[in-house]
Ligand binder design. Structure first.
Ligand code: UD1
Length: 420
């Protein structure tokens, strides 16, 4: 298995082009199942999660072609021949469950593995299923699979989410586009990726309103049609390079970024003494003085994103003073703390709260990526540490970062891939 070997180097400098958003592209690819017509999706990064989604779509019988260099994917789900998800592909990625809503709406049936828990929490899909049942579906769960079906077309209803779950909002929104009547999702998630999915659905002929707020209204249509869509830039990848610039004391320009999606990250970086500046070419990030500590709490959008929490813990580990990080979205998202401690970080965890005393320098060590963002946090810490760091289990990182080592090398980092 491959590992990354990172030698600390100077501050990062230069510019980096942000790729398409993983968390936007996955639901959008699932949404292509809503129509028999062909869809073209642009700005699709060839991440391993995207490859898993292709396997899943093909397993249902969709025709998929992917120009990985041009980052354009064509999907035609005209002749679906299976309503049963490819168990292996579905098991590798939680987002596979996003195919349930479209298939249930269009074919009135689907059989798909229940996603298990993962490193960061139990992550049930009860809210997705509750929504489907409200729209008129029935369900049976056995042998680790959930079967959903509906004798007639789904019917629009009011769905109140107990928590603004991103995945449940997306799944119910997709199912509702082909339901009879009006669906209102209350306490809906408002993440930019929800808005991108809604934009795509509208291009397909769906009537979706209110995305980006906590109430989404969908008037169901009999049929949707093919569409062309360009995926939004990945705000978490952008945030990762912002923290990379901050932690190394560098000066980096992000190209192809939507600054308004990064407001909570920019605000928190400002507290840490990191400057951001909107220029004609993109968003510039630089730091002049010592990093200041921060207090942050992860929240659904527009709050601080849980996907950036590990990265800010890397920053806090070398800031001057005491930082407090509270994780409210996932119950077990501090696995990186143990690995950061091995690099010399001073972190105490009490339940969902981490107290970090900044140290002058971290030291390189052999560490393990426990999940996607935890892995990215280790890369950033390694860039600012004294001595070499080896990171194993980097397949987690490749799920969500496109060519991260090339992009970092272009900014001056000394990072290479080795086969262990
Ligand atoms: C998505 C993102 C992930 C991000 C997360 C929160 C994708 C592919 N992934 O994941 O990167 O970290 O949003 O911003 O877009 N929950 C339930 N029942 C449910 C659904 C969720 O209890 O039916 C809980 C989860 O266990 C978790 C919280 O709600 O504690 C948030 O999960 P959710 O917003 O659904 O995250 P995902 O859509 O899985």
């Amino acid at each position: 298995m491959d590992k990354f070997v990172i030698k600390p180097d100077d501050a990062l400098h230069g510019s980096v082009v942000v790729s398409g958003a993983k968390n936007a592209v996955l639901p959008i690819l699932a949404a292509c199942l809503l129509t028999e017509e062909s869809c073209e999706i642009q700005n699709v990064p060839a991440l391993t999660d995207v490859e898993e989604m292709i396997t899943l779509l093909e397993g249902f019988g969709a025709a998929v072609s992917f120009d990985r260099t041009g980052e354009v994917m064509n999907i035609q789900a005209g002749q679906l021949n299976s309503m049963q998800a490819d168990v292996e592909a579905a098991g590798k990625m939680r987002a596979s469950f996003l195919t349930a809503g479209p298939l249930l709406a269009r074919y009135r049936q689907v059989r798909i593995p229940l996603p298990g828990g993962c490193q960061i929490g139990t992550r049930p899909v009860d809210l997705h299923i509750k929504g489907f049942l409200l729209l008129g579906a029935s369900q049976k769960q056995e042998y680790g699979m959930v079967e959903l079906w509906s004798k007639s077309e789904l019917r629009g209803k009011n769905v109140y989410l107990d928590f603004p779950s991103v995945g449940a909002t997306e799944n119910i929104m997709m199912a509702a586009t082909l339901a009879r009547g009006t669906t209102v999702i209350e306490n809906a998630a408002a993440e930019p990726e929800i808005c991108d999915l809604a934009d795509f659905l509208r291009k397909m002929g769906a009537d979706v309103q209110g995305d980006g707020t906590d109430t989404i209204v969908i008037h169901g249509k009999k049929k949707l049609h093919g569409a062309v869509h360009r995926v939004i830039p990945d705000r978490i990848e952008a945030g990762t390079f912002m923290v990379a610039a901050a932690i190394t004391g560098g000066d980096v320009l992000l190209e192809q970024v939507q600054t308004e999606h990064l407001k909570p990250v920019i605000a928190k970086l400002a507290e840490c003494n990191v400057k951001t500046e909107q220029t004609e070419q993109g968003l510039r990030i630089y730091r002049k003085g010592r990093l200041r500590p921060m207090h942050l709490k992860t929240m659904p959008f527009p709050g601080f994103p849980t996907d950036m929490q590990a990265l800010f813990m890397s920053l806090a580990a070398v800031a001057k003073g005491t930082s407090v990080i509270t994780e409210t979205v996932f119950e077990n998202r501090f696995l990186h703390a143990g690995e950061l401690r091995r690099m010399g970080a001073d972190i105490k965890i009490d339940s969902r709260c981490a107290v970090i005393e900044g140290v002058d320098t971290l030291t390189g060590a052999s560490v393990r990526a426990t999940d996607l963002r935890a892995g990215a946090a280790l890369i950033l810490s390694a860039l600012a540490a004294k001595g070499d760091t080896e990171i194993s289990d980097i397949y987690h990182i490749e799920r969500g970062y496109y060519h991260i080592e090339e992009k970092l090398r272009n900014l001056g980092a000394d990072i290479r891939r080795e086969n262990s």
